[in-house]
Write a protein that binds this ligand. Structure first.
Ligand code: ATP
Length: 196
């Protein structure tokens, strides 16, 4: 079964027609990367996939269910994790408190398992979000999405603003999650980071 299928998405902000018939497929257990320059509509595509800016025409199917007009909380509850651009972690909460924010969805990912995959976060679990480096913040944003135990994870430009070595660490984590059976849609402007 496909994790995600989008067909003919047409999305608008008011009268601005942003997506013109976008389609893509992510098969189960696969990492698919969506590349494009700044302003091409990558973020809008993700927003349409998770219901934040629903498409006016076209269809989104997630694990076979037509979700095009589902509200975002329902898409999330069906097993879709979303890591928006800019990380949006809670600056005044500790690492561990950030991880406790999502509604729990039963599954293999628990705080101890997350600390195994992200030893850097384990070492800083009592630190506030604002004390973390950019790379640690990105790891925390991904780790927090994992707490929902998603079957499909959507990542918006996780490499943005990170040093190349840290970008490699982030992508290693993405590959490790894929190896656990997760399907991933990754948006990147940084072609080198995406193909390396
Ligand atoms: P970036 O790399 O900057 O995130 P992107 O490929 O993700 O770029 P989008 O953010 O999807 O591109 O933006 C696509 C187009 O939609 C751009 O022309 C942008 O100006 C426009 N746009 C984005 N958000 C809004 C909004 N809330 N209202 C109106 N237009 C918007």
């Amino acid at each position: 079964m496909n994790a995600l299928e989008a067909e003919g998405l047409n999305t608008y902000y008011g009268k601005s027609h942003i997506l013109h018939g976008v389609g893509l497929t992510v098969r189960e257990g696969e990492i698919v990367t969506l590349l494009g320059r700044n302003g091409a509509g990558k973020t809008t595509t993700l927003r349409s996939l998770v219901g934040l800016t629903p498409a006016r025409q076209g269809t989104v199917r997630i694990f076979g269910a037509v979700t095009t007009h589902w509200p975002p909380y329902r898409v999330a509850a069906s097993g879709v994790g979303f890591v928006p651009e800019g990380r949006r972690i809670f600056a005044n909460l500790t690492v561990e408190e950030n991880l406790m924010v999502p509604r729990e969805r039963p599954g293999p990912w628990t705080i101890p398992r997350i600390y195994e995959l992200f030893p850097g976060l384990a070492a800083r679990k009592a630190n506030k979000g604002r004390q973390l480096s950019g790379g640690e913040q990105e790891m925390l944003a991904i780790a927090r999405a994992l707490m929902l135990n998603p079957k499909l994870l959507l990542l918006d430009e996780p490499s943005l603003g990170l040093a190349p070595l840290i970008v490699q660490d982030v992508f290693k984590v993405v590959v490790a999650m894929r190896d656990e059976g997760m399907s991933v849609l990754l948006v990147e402007q940084n072609v080198r980071a995406a193909v390396d």
